[in-house]
Design a protein around this ligand. Structure first.
Ligand code: BGC
Length: 450
């Protein structure tokens, strides 16, 4: 067997990522809670309920788990609806509770990265019109300022908004997230307001904390034509790539928002990222069926023979991650992988998924690209939005009824990676032997059994 190690740069951050609504429980004052009460919104009528019990204090034991497995950073989000339960009414006890969590991380040698909005919003904000409202930008800024003043001494790294493209697609095109619209005309308006909100938050955070590092978590989905000889497949692939992946980074780079027929100049948003947050999960194939033109935007299929997760949600395609890294590198900013992971209740593919993706990440770091950290999604199984509890992304399994946690083997694999700040052939041989030769190709002498 080849003995080798892919070593990561010094001071690399290794952690997991979570989001408030998915782990805290009892977030009764936000749009998702209201959404969950409506019939047929969430698979099997599941509800977030107590989620992972973090608001009731379970974060302490989960952070112990993170610390014991050598993680040195954690990405979490704070819940706007708790901090500002009514317009301009602040809940200082909620902010105190977050201070406790953040201090708890620092005490464990875990550096926090805080996301200000991860899909959930105060119900009052949504009732006013949410991100369709021009005023949303100042409402967001007010919340950001309050939170950053209250928590800023404990946090250097801030993510303004999580995956605006996923939020817009799911909430305004597909209708699977609140507000549940399927109205393309709304898309440019929400896009513009989210871009402006990000930029305004960037400036506000820097005004309060000049040393802060501020970014946005971009979601990259790799699209490939099902048949590369088919011009329709190729055209739609390129359209989807531009519409889904490129609008946000391009607007932040050029100050020009190009969305469907909409063109808008936003010079004030240029240069408002100190780092590039990259979330990557999967690649999909685009197979256009001309008899169903309405389905051009529907999510597609996976490459032939793909290694697919149990519910068919994610295909394990590390090459797509490499493509995502190259794409992110175009901005020449420091890059944090703000999410990457797979749903896998029985932990059958998670270890090889992790090994394959970490190997691609190392390739990028080895080119001296500014790869600074990796946050696996996620620490403990959590509430997976419209898919409820049907998908399990955790390094630890969770029984939401009893709140019992159970470690999955990949948690130990990831611990080895975090501990050695790298990936060695020995640990791949132990946890993902089926892809050892792919990750560490044998030398000729190994082939000969020497
Ligand atoms: C989201 C997470 C979500 C994960 C897996 C990402 O798009 O940011 O909140 O849980 O995907 O579905």
């Amino acid at each position: 067997m080849t003995r080798a190690r892919y070593q990561f740069p010094k001071d690399f951050l290794w952690g997991t990522a979570t989001a408030s609504h998915q782990v805290e429980g009892g977030n009764t004052n936000n749009d998702w809670w209201h959404w969950e009460q409506q019939a047929d919104r969430i698979l099997h009528g599941h509800r977030s309920n107590e989620a992972c019990g973090w608001w009731q204090g379970k974060w302490t034991e989960d952070l112990d788990r993170a610390q014991e497995t050598y993680q040195n950073s954690h990405r979490l989000s704070i819940e706007w609806s708790r901090i500002e339960p009514h317009p301009a009414v602040w809940d200082e006890t909620a902010l105190e509770r977050y201070r406790g969590m953040l201090q708890g991380m620092l005490d464990r040698g875990i550096e926090p990265m805080v996301t200000l909005v991860h899909f959930s919003h105060p119900q009052w904000f949504i009732e006013k019109g949410g991100w369709l409202l021009d005023q949303s930008v100042e409402l967001f800024e007010r919340y950001v300022r309050k939170s950053v003043v209250a928590l800023g001494d404990l946090v250097k790294k801030w993510v303004t908004i999580n995956e605006p493209n996923v939020y817009i697609y799911s909430g305004f095109v597909e209708g699977a997230f609140p507000p549940g619209l399927t109205d393309l005309r709304k898309v440019p308006i929400v896009t513009r307001n989210l871009l402006k909100a990000h930029a305004v938050a960037y400036e506000a955070i820097h005004e309060i904390l000049p040393e802060a590092q501020v970014g946005l978590a971009h979601h990259y989905r790799s699209f490939v034509p099902a048949d590369s000889g088919n011009i329709l497949d190729r055209t739609v692939t390129s359209f989807r790539h531009r519409a889904f992946n490129n609008v946000f980074p391009e607007a932040l780079r050029t100050g020009k928002m190009k969305m469907l027929h909409w063109r808008e100049s936003l010079p004030e948003i240029v240069g408002t990222q100190d780092f590039f947050g990259l979330n990557y999960y999967t690649r999909e194939t685009v197979d256009v069926d001309i008899s169903k033109p309405g389905q051009i935007l529907r999510t597609g299929d996976y490459p032939e023979g793909a290694d697919v997760s149990p519910t068919g949600f994610i295909a394990n395609v590390p090459e797509g991650f490499w493509e995502a890294l190259q794409w992110a590198h175009d901005d020449d900013l420091p890059i944090y992988i703000t999410e990457n992971g797979v749903e896998d209740t029985d932990d059958h593919i998670r270890s090889r998924f992790l090994a394959g993706h970490i190997r691609e990440l190392w390739r990028a770091a080895n080119f001296n690209w500014k790869i600074k950290g990796y946050y696996h999604w996620t620490l403990v199984d959590n509430f997976e939005w419209e898919r409820g509890w049907t998908q399990r992304f955790g390094l630890w399994g969770l029984d939401p009824k009893t709140q019992a946690r159970k470690k999955r083997p990949t948690a130990d694999f990831y611990a080895e990676i975090c501990k050695m700040n790298g990936l060695s052939s020995e640990v791949v041989a132990q946890y993902a032997p089926e892809i050892l030769d792919q990750i560490f190709p044998p030398r000729r002498s190994d082939d000969l059994g020497a």
